[in-house]
Design a protein around this ligand. Sequence first.
Ligand SMILES: *Cc1c(COP(=O)(O)O)cnc(C)c1O
Length: 418
Amino acid sequence: MIDGRLHAERVPLEQIAQTFGTPTWVYSRAAIESAFDEFAAACGSRSALICYAIKANSSLAILELLARRGAGFDIVSGGELARVLAAGADPGKVVFSGVGKTVSEMRDALKAGVRCFNVESESELVRLNAVAGSMQKLAPVSLRINPDVDAGTHPYISTGLRENKFGIAHDRALAAYRTAAALPHLKVMGIDCHIGSQITEIAPFLAALDRLLELVDQLTQAGITLHHLDLGGGLGITYRDEVPPSRRDTLQALFARIDAWAQQRGRAVPEVMFEFGRSMVGNAGVLLTRVEVIKENGGRHFAVVDAAMNDLMRPAMYEAWHDIVPLQAGHAPAQTYDVVGPVCESGDWLGRARTLAIEEGDLLAVMSAGAYGMAMSSNYNTRARGAEVMVDSDRMHLIRERERVTDLYALERRLPAA
Ligand SMILES: *Cc1c(COP(=O)(O)O)cnc(C)c1O
């Protein structure tokens, strides 16, 4: 807020809405860079790689910013591989995660020369070995272990429990590593985990780390040496009143545990990698939207806005809470509103029971929308997706044009005339 007007860095959000229309996503370059810098500073001079999990927000402009700063990238599809390469990232800093990599995705990643495949099943090991063999290459692998720890987060974003589809069960890991070590076209590099998202305590990260270190000990005894530990992402942000640990405290707690473990065993400290998505971009973005209609039904007041669940799916999907803030103090009387979109679903809401002094035509910012916002959007109801703008101090850059409706059916074909 500057002079009662909401800004992104030094640009009034109202000016962005006037220039580019609504709905529009706005990101702050400084906020993204400072999130990355905080992680990087916590690593100091140790051997570490901070990857950005690009599925949180895969905008080329964001990838480019982070690549220039030295970030690595965590990808989960061939599409994301194409994106990071298009953004000019170093493939040697890319790790490839995901439970269902196809042969052609494996081939593309091997051709590009990614740093590591985070493998999630024995079947994938066998498949990757065959693909690498057919290309006369050696595929670097890490096994994603399911440490069976409860991240204490929403069930849909919890990934480290035994019954989730992710990773290789802890008690199967040793056998899987033996398989990997015996396959001629694989090179065992490391071990990884990713236990969930929007985690707001350090304890689950430490519990998962302990489970990995136990395995590293067993592997050492079995004669399998690892070069790196990849502890995944998942650090939470503040949407409402959550108080997640700082980026620095989280990394330092993990490093302290790793250092003590290495020292006890008289071994070198392994390289450590992370794959943060939400905590890199979540608080760096907002979604601008305009109030189209104010109405009352059965005693409830609704503010129908021009952004909807197809734009920001998190409230409909996880009942996620995003703050909703008018861009300027209005003169309308305050009222309790459900802020909803125009999509034909009762689940289409952005915020419920919000006290707002607004009238039709007012502009609102949906806060903390930088992660899993645009990246999860769809064209449901044939709604064109909004523009994306990056603010850099007092400048604004259009980084993605608003979609045109004709784009939405450009790939469709009519049937021949009957
Ligand atoms: C989604 C994902 C991440 C990033 O999670 P955040 O909660 O956004 O930090 C990291 N690693 C893997 C394998 C993922 O699937």
